[in-house]
Design a protein around this ligand. Structure first.
Ligand SMILES: Nc1ncnc2c1ncn2[C@@H]1O[C@H](COP(=O)(O)OP(=O)(O)OP(=O)(O)O)[C@@H](O)[C@H]1O
Length: 604
């Protein structure tokens, strides 16, 4: 499935990539920077302890003046208390902003996903999106809360710490610095290796999430075909790949750790050797020597921590890259800058020399829809008939800009649909699909989805709901435990296919659009129910324009006229009886619909 994964963005530097989250961080920048200073103050407090220590050893201890010991102990105690207080303040400062920043990014990502056209969702696996919305944003939050501040803070502390060491003894400071230098080289090599593995791991996590999502979604098919074992095998294979990558990551980190522990140790040992020589020759006091090593010990953690802070930073860089791969996606279907509006909606729908091809269509292949010309008058019901795969669903999707035409225009009441805001367009044209998607909410919320202006608890909402359910023959709703307020399961799984279709149809009807586009929304109904729904629809369709994809002769009967889609063109339009009389291809399509119907009835 990874062939459907998007191509990663061209690499940028780590700092430039991380800087991209600044707009989200900006409102909290004050707190984040303050917490950085608090952290630096915290380590400076820790570094002050050795200074007091040197003063005690070289002062009161050397001179035997014990009266100075108590104040010195008091200072050490005060420094300890200050350290504890600063730790608390730092945590308090960063925890709240990091959760706000994460929520802000999650909100933007969700809004973008809602805004992006269907063509984007055709290309992207849902698990990849899920892992970006959850895992990657969590990684960024943790880094903002701890990693970023510790990384910058520790680098500052290392610089300040080395400064102090130099002041005490430039020879020892220089020795310690030179002995620590290989650490930077090791870190640089680590970055290059770790970035690649970390990206792979995060992508594989997305693939794994997709596998779980698909198998949960398709659990019925898997069970019915006894393919659970096969799906498990595939899942285990992917999980094993991810395990391998995680191990590779762990190995890279372990190697880095080895060097980051070893290098300061060697630096420490060399400095100790040099320090003892200097103390023996009288160039350094014992107090300064002890203080030097106490301060170097305080610096050990910042030095050692650079390893995991770097790995965390590179992981975050990958997370930011993955987040921006979605946020940077050009939104090709957008509202016009100066939108038009339809003052007097009548519901005249016109396909004006429309061409369409999917983005992934191979070059040289003719357009899927090739110069479609079709006019549907207000109040008219037009059935769309064609062989399977002829492009009927695609044609209906152009009406609400689920896809945009490649050439030509779809016009509603004389206005190109691209000139309307999507909000207005989708209020004027409602759709119901064969595959009825319901949300885990009450029947009422599902049906009134297209009427955001209605107060769900109002009498008007009740009336619209009752009428829509009546037209869609969804009388089963009354028998649900809490009637229309019953929450229907995820995607309405607890309802039958026909029940789901009727709720989706009620949803389209309740939107009171000027144009209703129905893509075979009655396919799961038995003949009697279908006849009743059609009678109900006839009442609505009397003054609503309708474009109905017909897979059954009975749906064709509902229509005033029929359009025949053949080889990407509308080759004939007329009444059912006229087309039957004059068009051979139409007779062929209708007889194949009849056959499908007969097969359905025999197998039902
Ligand atoms: N998202 C997509 N990306 C690329 N090609 C697609 C996409 N959706 C459909 N197609 C292709 O476009 C062609 C027309 O599909 P469409 O679903 O519009 O046909 P249809 O007439 O509605 O078929 P049916 O009667 O079986 O529902 C098919 O060959 C299909 O493979």
């Amino acid at each position: 499935m990874s062939d459907r994964s998007p191509t990663p963005a061209p690499p940028r530097g780590t700092v430039r990539t991380l800087a991209r989250i600044l707009p989200f961080v900006r409102p909290y920048l004050g707190r984040v920077v303050t917490s950085l200073f608090v952290y630096v103050a915290l380590v400076i407090v820790s570094l002050s302890v050795p200074v007091v220590l040197q003063w005690i050893i070289d002062g009161p201890l050397a001179s035997g003046d014990t009266s100075q010991l108590w104040p010195a102990a008091g200072v050490v105690l005060a420094l300890g208390v200050a350290e504890g207080g600063l730790i608390m303040v730092r945590r308090w400062l960063v925890l709240t902003p990091s959760t706000h920043i994460e929520a802000g990014m999650r909100g933007s990502l969700y809004a973008k996903l809602q805004d992006l056209p269907v063509a984007f969702h055709d290309r992207w696996q849902s698990g990849q999106l899920l892992s970006r919305a959850m895992g990657d944003l969590g990684t960024i939050r943790r880094w903002l809360a701890f990693g970023a501040i510790l990384l910058v803070g520790n680098v500052l502390v290392i610089i300040i710490g080395f400064g102090i060491l130099f002041v005490w003894s430039w020879q020892l400071g220089l020795l310690f610095l030179i002995a620590s230098l290989p650490m930077w080289f090791v870190s640089y090599r680590f970055e290059r290796r770790f970035s690649i593995v970390s990206r792979r791991a995060q992508d594989q996590q997305g693939d794994l999430a997709t596998a779980v999502e698909e198998s949960v979604h398709g659990i019925r098919v898997l069970k019915a075909f006894g393919r659970g074992g096969h799906s498990l095998e595939r899942f285990l294979r992917q999980a094993e790949e991810l395990r391998g990558t995680e191990l590779e990551k762990a190995r890279a980190i372990a190697q880095l750790w080895l060097w980051l522990l070893l290098i300061p140790d060697v630096a420490f040992a060399l400095s100790l050797f040099g320090g003892v020589l200097l103390a023996a020759s009288g160039e350094l006091t014992v107090g300064a020597l002890i203080a030097f090593f106490a301060a170097a010990a305080v610096l050990r953690w910042p030095i050692e921590s650079i390893g995991w802070l770097l790995s965390m930073t590179f992981e975050t860089r990958t997370a930011v890259e993955r987040l921006y791969e979605v946020l940077d996606e050009p939104d090709l279907i957008r509202d016009p800058e100066h939108p038009a509006t339809i003052a007097q909606p009548r519901g005249r729908l016109v396909f004006d020399h429309v061409h369409f091809r999917y983005q992934d269509a191979l070059p040289g292949v003719p357009d899927l829809l090739d110069d479609i010309v079709l006019e549907i008058e207000p109040g008219e019901t037009m059935a769309l008939v064609g062989l399977t795969g002829s492009g009927k669903t695609t044609l209906t999707a152009l009406t609400t800009r689920l896809y945009d035409v490649s050439e030509g225009a779809v016009r509603l009441d004389g206005v190109d649909v691209r000139e309307l805001t999507r909000e207005e367009l989708r209020a004027r044209i409602a759709m119901a699909f064969e595959e009825a998607t319901l949300f885990s909410a009450s029947v009422r919320e599902n049906v009134l989805l297209g009427r955001p202006e209605l107060d769900l608890a109002s009498a008007e909402a009740d009336a619209v709901l009752a009428e829509a359910l009546d037209i869609a023959q969804a009388d089963f709703v009354a028998a649900l435990p809490q009637g229309a307020d019953t929450t229907i399961g995820e995607e309405g799984l607890s309802l039958s296919g026909g029940q789901r279709q009727r709720i989706a149809l009620a949803r389209a009807v309740a939107a009171r659009p000027s144009v209703l586009v129905l893509d075979d929304p009655l396919s799961a109904l038995d003949v009697d129910t279908e006849a009743r729904v059609e009678a109900g629809l006839r009442r609505v369709l009397a003054d609503t324009t309708a474009l109905v994809v017909a897979h059954r002769p009975s749906t064709v009967m509902l229509a005033d006229r029929v359009a025949l889609l053949e080889n990407g063109r509308i080759t004939d339009v007329g009444r059912h009886s006229e087309l039957l009389a004059r068009n051979e291809h139409y007779r062929f399509v209708i007889s194949s619909l009849d056959e499908d119907r007969a097969t359905e009835e025999v197998t039902a």
